[in-house]
Design a protein around this ligand. Structure first.
Ligand SMILES: [Zn+2]
Length: 58
């Protein structure tokens, strides 16, 4: 794990977030809950791809 950069859907800003190496609580879910530094809301990030939950492919 390491830094991931995602685009905040609220502000449109690119936000850098550090993912620790801890195993997810639910092994069936690759999504990590993070507090966004841009909007202070919670987002779900896929630990494997670094994409937001529901993020559209561009
Ligand atoms: Zn955000």
């Amino acid at each position: 794990m390491g830094h991931v950069i995602f685009k905040c859907p609220q502000t449109g800003l690119n936000v850098q977030h550090w993912l620790d190496e801890a195993e997810p609580d639910n092994p069936s879910s690759a999504y990590e809950t993070v507090v966004c530094q841009a909007c202070n809301r919670l987002h779900f990030i896929n630990r494997l791809s670094g994409k937001l939950l529901g993020q559209q492919e561009e």
